[in-house]
Design a protein around this ligand. Structure first.
Ligand code: SF4
Length: 393
């Protein structure tokens, strides 16, 4: 085994908290910012990358994910400088999956070639809907035509691994328009598609508008929501994308390695404003206030940077193994559980497994356990059973 492979596997998430405009449904840590703020943020982020790289020299990066916000709202040079700092500071696997999130209308030929130069090999595009009325409802700045232009540029720049993000259950959306959106996108043959149902997050304008009894009438009802979910799997399968997680579909071999890492307990470092980390069995996140972040003296004192440090007990880790692993269609394996914890998951979680098998939400095949199609629909109920299921000493 070579020296690189002997290092511990780690994933890196880099948060870019800037967007051109805030969308009405979004509760991510993101906001518009002027050029000077963006420049100061990039400089500070690069400092953080360098400092963290020196503290994790026993690790190798298997994946890097530039997420946001809208990473493509930065200039090509800024992304190049961020990625250069990553290569200089971390041992990056030669076959690492390196993703950048881009919004339609925020990329051009030059930027995209710059991404390739920076080693980025996967682009995730935030389309959300192929229907311009629905895009307006969401408060998105782009039209479907903007997306088409950006998608063509992404392909022309030589990206062979492209994800498209979609949202269902948009106000006034019909099952028919959802299906039509999916089919339009699938004609473009992306390698990967993520489809999430709209969630009304407290504190957002959407919550104000649609959270009341009256407002809710504009939202597709539960039956329509279920129908959209079932149609998604069916339509995408027709176009060669297989569901591999509750909300994710891919051509074989194009499943997102970074996200699979999250669901299988791989350690990750989150750098940048508000980013979450799981490192050495501790969970924490970076400070969420931009001014505070910009003033941390990275080389002298990282204390103000990291917050809500939580040590994960073995019980926490075993439960997470279950409810995160069950998100994937392949489910969880008793052999993997035993290899990691030296315990039998079927004994440890016997009541939770029995109950959900009886309810036909889980199915067991040999030493593997997975959600049934009905379980996929009601996954939150299943996960709740595994959350804090084990006794604490
Ligand atoms: S572009 Fe994405 S991250 Fe930015 S405000 Fe809209 S939904 Fe949120």
């Amino acid at each position: 085994m070579n020296e690189q492979k002997e290092k511990r596997k780690l994933e890196l998430y880099i948060h870019i908290p800037f967007c051109l405009k805030k969308c009405g449904y979004c509760d991510f840590l993101s906001a518009p910012a002027d050029e000077e703020t963006r420049r100061a943020y990039c400089n500070q982020l690069i400092e953080e990358i360098r400092v963290q790289g020196s503290l994790t020299s026993d690790c190798r990066l298997a994946t890097v994910f530039l997420g946001g916000g809208t990473p493509s709202s930065l200039t090509g040079i800024q992304i190049y400088n961020i990625m250069s700092a990553v290569y200089e500071s971390f041992a990056v696997d030669s076959d690492a999956e390196i993703t950048i999130e881009c919004n339609p209308g925020t990329v051009d030929k030059e930027k995209l070639y710059g991404y390739r130069e920076s080693g980025i090999n996967r682009v995730s595009m935030g389309l959300q809907s192929a229907n311009n009325e629905e895009l307006k409802q969401l408060g998105r700045l782009h039209s479907y035509e903007d997306f088409l232009r950006s998608y063509e540029l992404v392909r022309a720049a030589g990206f062979h691994n492209v994800n498209v993000d979609m949202i269902s259950a948009i106000p006034n959306q019909t099952v028919r328009s959802w299906k039509s959106s999916l089919k339009k996108v699938m004609m473009l043959k992306p390698e990967h598609l993520s489809a999430y149902s709209l969630i009304l997050e407290p504190g957002t304008p959407f919550y104000e508008r649609y959270g009341s009894e009256e407002g809710k009438s504009a939202l597709p009802d539960e039956d329509a929501d279920r129908e959209m979910y079932a149609d998604t799997g069916r339509i995408l399968e027709e176009y060669g994308l297989k569901q591999y997680e509750i909300s994710n579909y891919a051509k074989p071999g194009y499943e997102c390695r970074h996200n699979i890492g999250y669901w299988t307990g791989v350690e990750y470092l989150g750098l940048g404003l508000g980013a979450s980390s799981l490192y050495l069995n501790h969970r924490y996140h970076s400070v969420r206030d931009l001014e505070t972040y910009l003033h941390v003296r990275m080389r002298e004192d990282l204390t103000p940077l990291y917050q809500d440090l939580e040590a994960l007990t073995e019980a926490d880790q075993m439960e997470e193994f279950m409810y995160l692993g069950l998100r994937m269609t392949r489910g969880v394996s008793g052999a993997d559980f035993y290899e990691r914890f030296g315990r039998n998951m079927f004994d440890l979680f016997a009541p939770q497994i029995r109950k959900n098998v009886v309810l036909k939400l889980l199915e067991q095949k040999a030493s593997e356990l997975r959600l049934t199609p009905r379980g996929m629909d009601l996954s939150n109920r299943v996960f709740a059973d595994f959350y804090r299921a084990l006794p604490r000493s």
